[in-house]
Design a protein around this ligand. Structure first.
Ligand code: ADP
Ligand code: MG
Length: 326
């Protein structure tokens, strides 16, 4: 990861040079130029704010004198360079994804369902207060009950008493509801709180007869306590990556967090794979993001990509995975 960050830093300096030499050869800004810049921004994982400003400034300035444009670009890129040179950004809450989601819950639901149809025994833990995996698998996220993941994490419930069967053979679920959003504040005084889920799971797996092949945890979108709990409890990570313009930006932040957790809290943590989601073959950006992701993360990126498909987005409202709905 360290190495990866260094490469990136050098890339930005290279990028500034590339851009300038690119404009050296051009005397007007056309759609090719904008496309080239977008490609560079994606490859260099420039922050969304700067990227947007840069693309806007370029698109707006089709008729501006090229020299002024060059000055704008250099100024903007300087600010990126400063940003990347910050010594240590510290641990802050970073969104893994934009407002619309990258397909975490959709992946959990459909992976769980596919595995259980192959005869595996699966436990899904819904660790998102929004409870989308809960409703997506046909259970309620509104009924008043302590029999949820919140009950487990606040110590009032044992895992045994909270696991619910779904209507799908071999697929069990620990539900979630909005109560879970209080956990972070309620456990503020507990120094070991990042380990609560891990301890509960270990105790359950040690002395219960249940034998799951896989436990899948659906995380909330932010890198909050809940996500840290999940990262501490897992040995394998699957990272959905939406094939959209700013996708790699979020991913880099996530990778940094994963690396920190690995070093400090959970040495067993490994990235199983990166899954490209909502892939649209007709959209050039999808294949660009795919290329960038494969260049960076090599064979960590699954060959299989999940296409953008309306059946996938309709299925949860019927409380079933797409394998059942379609
Ligand atoms: P997250 O859990 O990461 O927030 P979701 O799985 O809830 O993301 O997906 C976000 C939205 O995108 C949902 O409305 C979902 O139905 C939709 N969606 C997810 N994957 C696809 C896909 N491959 N094609 C079309 N829509 C999708
Ligand atoms: Mg979700």
């Amino acid at each position: 990861m360290e190495q990866y960050n260094n490469i990136r830093k050098n890339d930005v300096i290279g990028m500034i040079k590339n851009l300038l030499s690119y404009f050296e050869k051009k005397n007007s800004v056309d759609s090719d130029a904008v496309e080239e810049i977008v490609r560079l921004l994606i490859r260099n994982d420039v922050g969304p704010k700067t990227s947007r400003a840069l693309v806007e400034s370029i698109t707006d300035s089709k008729y501006k004198p090229i020299d002024r444009l060059k000055k704008n670009i250099v100024e903007l890129l300087r600010s990126i360079d400063r940003k990347l040179s910050l010594p240590n950004e510290g641990v802050s809450t970073v969104l893994i994804v934009g407002a619309n989601g990258v397909g975490k819950t959709t992946t959990v639901i459909n992976l769980a369902s596919a595995l259980s149809q192959q005869g595996k025994k699966i436990l899904v833990i819904d660790l998102d207060p929004q409870g989308n995996a809960t409703t997506g698998l046909g259970l309620s996220n509104t009924e008043q009950s302590d029999q949820t993941i919140y009950g487990i994490l606040n110590g009032t419930m044992a895992i045994n008493n909270v696991i619910k069967n779904t209507k799908f053979e071999g697929l069990d679920l620990i539900t979630s509801n909005v109560d879970l959003s209080g956990l972070e504040v309620e456990t503020a005084g507990d120094n070991d709180r990042a380990f609560i889920l891990k301890a509960k799971l270990a105790a359950y797996l040690n002395d219960s007869s249940a034998s799951y092949d896989y436990i899948l945890i659906d995380c909330p979108p932010s890198l909050s306590l809940l996500t840290v709990m999940a990262l501490v409890s897992s040995n394998s990570l699957l990272v959905p990556l939406q094939t959209e313009f700013f996708a790699l930006e979020g991913l880099t932040q996530l990778m940094k967090t994963i690396e920190r957790i690995k070093v400090n809290l959970n040495p067993e943590l490994e990235i199983q794979g990166i899954l490209l989601t909502m892939y649209d073959r007709r959209n050039k950006l999808s294949s660009q993001v795919e290329q960038e992701a494969r260049d960076y993360f090599k064979d960590k990126v699954y060959q299989t990509v999940i296409p953008r498909n309306v059946r996938l987005s309709e299925a949860p409202s019927h409380g079933v995975p797409v394998l059942v709905y379609d």
